[in-house]
Write a protein that binds this ligand. Structure first.
Ligand code: ADP
Length: 505
């Protein structure tokens, strides 16, 4: 990446603390990334279903890349107008206030150890309460039951928590605590909204939810706006007291970075899974399709809400063609192979390898390859795999539009698989709306930078951000409504064959 760093120029530094790596990216006033550093860190899987990370390493890797990106590009702390954090969500850390020492490894969002506890809470009839207040489902994915697990299993933790000696935080809180030299214990509203402990409507921790999970309120961080100066960074870290001025969970940050700031705007990130988020405005929208209702960001005390749906196997289905079937040597190869045929010839690949998420929510569904004939070959299967990513995304978006009661005007896209033109054309055809790929696809980091930069006047307003969003390519729908319906009907027929498969065995 070319650096355009000059001695007087100002930048915003975004920390993108992801699940497998910590990244630091400097953005200039035009919203262009000018320098980037990345460092992976260790994951551990101590038992089936458990996923842990070393909280200390999350911090040290993040600090190392922040320092490196400034040093390598000759940028002084004084040239950094603000710092913003986008973070892997839901990952749960418990530390000692006096020393800043974590009591245990971080429990990562993917960790399923609290599945039985979630099932017990459901059986006790708590689903509706959690859904209405937090917008979430009782699932091990979210932080609340992970924190309850730590309190129950770490010797003395509950007693110490009740005495106010311990602090809980998601990764944003942990980084803010470290960056501020242990002076600030904060989280932004978008991260708070992923804990199962937060009332998304009132915008505060909820006493009743805390009581059900038996969480002492003394553990909790102060909830702050996603955009606003919350701390000065301890000068020993980056050589100056840069303001920490933006915080958001990674998917919310990406939605902000895609400038989906008005109701009805949506983005889809095509990574390992797909993450779809739709802006529904200043009122939370309950879902009738078991999508999540969540906080996008809070600015100036005003909350913007999103509907969120995810697809478990997005780009991962292409990985499976590569690693599981050995059909292609690289993910990028799938495009030419799929494009070598005009259509899949009636072949459907339902990538329910780990069950299906929204709108089916069937953990017992399993992957299926249907409609094979003697004419079906690698190309048809490759095409069916790409179409499966688009079909799954289309179904989530359809559910969102029904929940929100308004049609989608366009879809903004990012993530590794959004490099695939055939996939995006297929997505536009299935949705019947244009699909737009921006020039800057570092949308997660950009969103964190935007939230921080707005807070310190580096950028003036949302209109300025909207003007910066530049298109790389626009994919126009080229099929009729009848064609779309027929396609989706075929897909749904295929999905029906995969549902409850493991249960019947
Ligand atoms: P994550 O952040 O979830 O690790 P990325 O955004 O880096 O994921 O995207 C990687 C995913 O995108 C992989 O699952 C890979 O198979 C898929 N992918 C990468 N390039 C392409 C491509 N050209 N066509 C289709 N899928 C791709």
């Amino acid at each position: 990446m070319q650096t355009t760093a000059g001695s007087g120029q100002q930048y915003v530094l975004a920390l993108d603390q992801g699940t497998t790596s910590s990244r630091a990216i400097l953005f200039d006033r035009r919203g262009q990334p000018v320098a980037i550093r990345q460092q992976p860190f260790a994951q551990s899987f101590p038992q089936p279903g458990w996923v842990e990370q070393d909280a200390g390493e999350i911090w040290t890797s993040q600090l190392a890349v922040a320092r490196a990106v400034l040093r390598e590009h000759g940028i002084a702390a004084g040239q950094v107008a603000a710092l913003g954090i986008a973070n892997q969500r839901e990952t749960t850390i418990l530390w000692e206030r006096a020393t800043g020492e974590p009591l245990a490894p971080a429990i990562v969002w993917q960790d399923r150890r609290t599945a039985a506890q979630c099932a017990a809470l459901s059986a006790a009839g708590h689903d509706a309460l959690f859904e209405q207040r937090s917008g979430l489902r009782l699932d091990p994915y979210f932080s609340g039951t992970k924190l309850a697990w730590l309190l129950e299993h770490l010797p003395g933790a509950r007693r110490r928590a009740e005495r106010g000696e311990l602090a809980f935080g998601t990764v944003d809180s942990w980084l803010a605590w470290q960056l501020s030299g242990g002076r600030e214990h904060v989280t932004d509203a978008s991260n708070a909204a992923r804990t199962l402990l937060f009332d998304i409507h009132r915008g505060c921790w909820d006493e009743e939810l805390l009581a059900v999970l038996d969480i002492p309120p003394t553990l909790l961080p102060r909830v702050v706006d996603s955009s606003g100066v919350v701390a000065r960074i301890d000068a020993s870290w980056l050589g100056g007291d840069i303001p920490l001025a933006g915080i958001a969970g990674d998917q919310q940050a990406a939605t902000f970075g895609q400038v989906c700031l008005a109701p009805g705007m949506a983005k889809n990130t095509y990574g390992t899974g797909c993450f779809l988020l739709l802006n529904v405005g200043q009122q939370a929208q309950a879902s009738r399709h078991r999508l999540l209702s969540t906080v996008g960001w809070r600015r100036g005390g005003a909350t913007t809400y999103l509907l969120e749906g995810s697809v478990f196997m997005g780009g991962a289905v292409i990985q499976w063609l590569r690693d599981g079937l050995g059909m292609i040597a690289s993910a990028a190869e799938v495009e030419a192979l799929a494009a070598s045929v005009a259509d899949s010839g009636g072949v459907y690949l339902v990538p329910a390898h780990t069950g299906l998420g929204a709108p089916y929510w069937d953990p017992q569904a399993r992957g299926a390859l249907l409609g094979l004939t003697r004419g079906s070959g690698r190309a048809e299967i490759a095409r069916a795999a790409l179409e499966a990513i688009a079909f799954q995304s289309a179904e989530v978006l359809q559910a969102m539009q029904q929940d929100a009661g308004q049609p989608l005007a366009e879809l903004r896209v990012d993530g590794g698989a959004a490099a695939n033109d055939l996939l995006l054309q297929c997505q536009a055809d299935l949705l019947g709306v244009p699909v737009l790929r921006p020039q800057v696809t570092e949308t997660t980091a950009l969103g964190a930078a935007y939230l921080a930069g707005l807070a310190v006047g580096f950028w003036q307003d949302e209109a300025e951000l909207a003007a910066q969003w530049q298109i790389d390519r626009r994919f126009e729908p080229s099929r009729s409504a009848d064609w779309r319906q027929a396609q989706l009907a075929g897909w749904r027929r295929a999905v029906q064959r995969s549902l409850r498969w493991a249960e019947d065995a």
